[in-house]
Ligand binder design. Sequence first.
Ligand code: AMP
Length: 583
Amino acid sequence: MNKFEEMGVDPIINRGLVDLGYENPMPVQELAIPILLNSEKDLLALAQTGTGKTAAFGIPILQNVDISKKITQALILSPTRELCMQIAGDLADYSKYKKGLNVLAVYGGSSIDTQIRGLKRGAHVVVATPGRMLDLIRRKQTNFSSVTTVVLDEADEMLNMGFRDELNGILAETPENKRTCLFSATMPKEIAGMARKYMNDPEEITVGTKNKGADNVSHIYYMVSNKDRYKALKRIADMNPNINGIVFCRTRNNTQEVAELLIQDGYSADSLHGDLSQAQRDYVMQKFRRKNLRMLVATDVAARGIDVSDLTHIINYELPDDPETYIHRSGRTGRAGKKGISIALVGPRKRHSIKHIENKLGKQFTRATIPTGKEVCEKQLLHLVDRVNKVEINEELIGEYLPDVFKKLENLDREAVIKHFVSLEFNRFLDYYQDASDIVAPEENGRNRNGRGQSHASKPGDVRLFINLGKMDKLTVPGLIGLINDATRRKNIPIGKIDLLKNFSFFEVNEAHVDLLITSFKKVHYKGRKVNIEVSDKAPSYNQRPSRRGGHSGGGRHSGGRPNYGGGKPSGGGGRPSRRRSF
Ligand code: AMP
């Protein structure tokens, strides 16, 4: 009898757990499963993503399902389609030996008719996003009269995403005497209010604020000026040829831009954010799960709850405002006893954010310097040599071609052959990095560590902002400054360089004013058009509008999930050497 069975878990469910390698319950499971199996009490759980909460509520639900009744007995609500699919998949795994048990995932962006058929067939457990669930209720396609358990998973996120009305509507449709379980990573007032409204004297449990893997995660930060941020990301990727990780950005726009740049530069990368269609998101996630994609560039909301194992790195391309969000992000790596690395690229005025995170995390960051071109080359060369050493040789297949190959190479001795092969793979790479200057950390006072000032025109700490107005809108430099002054109620924010372009423009302000500016412009209209301001990491592209919506890079760009290197990319400034990538 293992620990799960000792807790009262049915052997038939336990067999599914054993197949998944679940030997011992995680803390949230140890606390929640006995409550849910042995009492009828409601449960209020403060637990983060990655703590094992799916099994904590899933196992008792599955165990209590009466298969002979072909009707919905449990409803699980979760904020995103990806999370929904993940939970439904996990529940199906846990119950694979409980034959005849049906779990149905119900979410937007997918055929509603198929989901209606699934409901009609009598799904025992329904895992749903709130929007689609309410839609189905309104179409009178549900029968929740036998629901005994409702789970609100990631409840804080569902509220953040504006699902309050949907949740009210759905809960009103379920029986009074059901059990309600609420799982939330944070406990803001709204959640406490929800608990009061919907729960009856719940048992409360809290699982440590840290994800389980956090102890295995090393935290590293690099100071970079904004103009060097993208270059620094590439160096980090090049320095880690086996990287398999998530790159977090703050906005959808930045997520899309960074992913597009990485793809252009030959990296195995793609984006995941809310502007993508469901089919695009599924496609990207499938590639990432299958490890056909090395870097997933994502927003926090899109990546929320996604459980992909074996991630080597979490890269905070931009730090979040809330240290808790950083902790969530970094908890995606270092799971299941593996080591993980969480990297933060920190702008000159954001050094204090590291201190805040350290306090919350109870762990120190290590400050590192961006690798030099020479270091990257060394690493990549040795990685290539390792791969040569380890490559599997299929004597049978290549045997017949070898005599001709040997003949062609007979004029070269062993050393020369090695040199030729290495050069073939690396010449462009070496050329690129030979000319690449070091990326030097900016300091608070605008001087770098060598005491030299920054060479770029913009001031250190300046951030380049994108505004969706340009010369076509008859915008002028004084006009833009006036607009900013009006929007910020004459706070006289100093404005740096302004680039007025045809359809849109860029202007620079100190990092300290960015949040104020973005907030101030939230409700501003100019000549009837809603004004939109966003941080731009990219140098302005003078003949095209930065890709904002759609234009997704997922489909068709690479074949078989691999980047297409053949054409060669410009290596000037931001480009990277065009060579066959090592992953
Ligand atoms: P969750 O918070 O439910 O997304 O779970 C986080 C990760 O922990 C998932 O990869 C689960 O498969 C894994 N997990 C959950 N419970 C256990 C367990 N008892 N033993 C080992 N791994 C587990």
